[in-house]
Design a protein around this ligand. Structure first.
Ligand code: DC
Length: 224
C-alpha cells in the first residue's frame, strides 16, 4: 500500500518548495506535476506547433516520453531522454503552459502518466487537481493559498535572484491571470477538495508551513 500526499494550490503559494522539504523529511518521492505539462509545452514550441493546433498537440503526445530522475532536492526532468530541467522554466514555456494544460486530451494522458509514476511508491505530488482528480483518495490533502500580492512578491524576488528582469506589476498581473486560467479550466480546474486542509501562507514562513504539514502527516503516516 502506498502513502499519498496531495499538495494543491495557487501559483506562487509555495507548493514546490514545501513539497521538496516534506519529501526529504518523510522520504517520499516528489512529483512536480506542473513539470509534466511544461515538458509538453516545451515540445510544442520546439516543434513549432501553433498553440491553437490542438490536433497536432494531441498527436505529439503519442511520441512524448517524460521521466523524473535525480533527487528530491534536485530533480532532473527528462523529455525523450534529454535533460530539460532548466528549459521548462523558460518564459516562453510559462506563457503557453496554461493553455496546453487546458486541453482535455492532454490532461487525461498526463494524469495517466502521473498515476503510473506514483504507483507502488510513497509520494508527494504538487499540482492543481491532485486531491480532486488525480488521487481523490490521497491520504493527506493540503491546499495552499496566499494573497495575490504576496505571491507576486515571492515570484518577483525569485526572478531577481535568477536575473530575470520583470516589473512587480507585470508579475502581479501574471499571477492574477494564472489564477483565472487555473480556476476556469474545463477539466482539472483548481478547486479545494472537500477534505483538504487549507493553509493560508500569506503571513507564514516556509518553515511554519512545513511544520503544519508535518504534523498532519505524522498523525496519519507515522501513527497510522
Ligand atoms: O505549477 P506550475 O506553474 O509548474 O504549473 C504549470 C502549468 O500547469 C500551470 O498553468 C498550471 C498547470 N497545472 C495543471 O493544470 N495541473 C497540475 N496538476 C499542475 C499544473
Amino acid at each position: 500500500m502506498s502513502f499519498i500526499v496531495a499538495i494543491d494550490g495557487t501559483a506562487g503559494s509555495g507548493k514546490g518548495t514545501v513539497s521538496k522539504l516534506i519529501a526529504e523529511k518523510f522520504n517520499l518521492c516528489n512529483i512536480d506535476t506542473g513539470a509534466t505539462y511544461r515538458c509538453l509545452a516545451l515540445n510544442v514550441l520546439e516543434n513549432n506547433i501553433e498553440i491553437e493546433n490542438k490536433e497536432k498537440i494531441i498527436k505529439l503526445l503519442e511520441n512524448i516520453n517524460i521521466d523524473i530522475q535525480g533527487t528530491n532536492s534536485n530533480p532532473i526532468f527528462l523529455l525523450n531522454g534529454r535533460d530539460v530541467s532548466n528549459k521548462i522554466r523558460n518564459k516562453e514555456v510559462t506563457d503557453i503552459v496554461s493553455q496546453i494544460s487546458s486541453i482535455p486530451e492532454v490532461r487525461l494522458k498526463l494524469v495517466d502518466w502521473q498515476r503510473e509514476f506514483a504507483k507502488n511508491k510513497n509520494v508527494i505530488l504538487d499540482g492543481r487537481d491532485i486531491g480532486t482528480f488525480v488521487f481523490p483518495n490521497a491520504n493527506v490533502k493540503i491546499y495552499l493559498d496566499a494573497s495575490a500580492e504576496k505571491r507576486a512578491e515571492r515570484r518577483y524576488e525569485e526572478n531577481i535572484e535568477k536575473g530575470i528582469n520583470t516589473s512587480f506589476e507585470e508579475v502581479l498581473e501574471n499571477i492574477k491571470m494564472r489564477d483565472k486560467q487555473d480556476k476556469e479550466k474545463e477539466i482539472g480546474a483548481l478547486k479545494i477538495a472537500d477534505d483538504a486542509t487549507v493553509i493560508d501562507t500569506t503571513n507564514l514562513s516556509i518553515e511554519e508551513v512545513v511544520d503544519k504539514i508535518e504534523k498532519i502527516i505524522e498523525e496519519k503516516f507515522v501513527k497510522g
